[in-house]
Design a protein around this ligand. Sequence first.
Ligand code: NAI
Length: 273
Amino acid sequence: MSYNLLKGKRGIIFGALDENSIAWKTAERVHEEGGTFVLTNAPIAMRMGSIKDLAAKTNSEIIPADATKVEDLENLVEKAVDILGGKIDFVLHSIGMSVNVRKGNHYTNMNYDFTTKGWDVSAVSFHKTMQVLYKKDAMNEWGSIVALSYMAAQRVFPDYNDMADNKAYLESIARSFGYFFGKDKKVRVNTISQSPTPTTAGQGVKGFDGFIAFAEKMSPLGNATAQECADYTITLFSDLTKKVTLQNLYHDGGFSNTGVSQEVMEAFTEDKD
Ligand code: NAI
């Protein structure tokens, strides 16, 4: 269902790799709500993914950018403003990657070059993106910037590895940069802490199937899907949430505030009959 919530708004969407990506679903929803945008991803991901199909479907252009490279981001922002015909109203940062996770390195046995690459891609890229937008004065007043996070930033999930630290860093950048973006440009910055979701990045985490099944049983409303995350993101891009900023917003069916659920207790209770 469409409410025209983003009519006339212009944006940049990072991270749509394939149709499972949270960014893919968000791009489709933004399009339905009347927003226009450019799509971007790392040049290597363009070759692997099917982003061209999404671009055709949503009438949008693709501008490749490695989000760790400031010059790529400068080019992206300049071109986006040009193509869209004005300053930007919304940005989705939907980027995450840990080389230690990919290579199966345990948290207690990290390769620190991989660690550095991981926080650059997953967290500092968010700072770089905002700094480029800020310096170029490319955001409209009351614009909205959103990045995606996970609750391992607050609590231990052993297999999430150094992505837990990357997400803590990401959430801190959202607050710190959000302060200046709010004060100086009236732009809001938030992170959404999303349920485990079956995407390429999600399924890269060891033990993902157990992880997602456990979260489903723990959450009173069940896990939030990628589609539901897209819906939530639309509200944050819309004018209905103008004073929401510096927040890490849980979108997880209630998982983060649940100590234990009936279903999980039953799995640990001996049958007395
Ligand atoms: P995905 O694999 O579809 O998206 C990750 C994207 O990051 C890909 O499009 C990839 O090309 C892009 N990327 C990697 N390196 C890049 C670089 N140097 N420059 C530009 N882009 C780069 O997976 P998903 O799940 O849609 O991930 C989106 C976000 O959601 C990530 O931040 C992820 O950590 C977060 N998230 C995912 C959850 C899950 O269980 N899938 C749960 C909570 C948060």
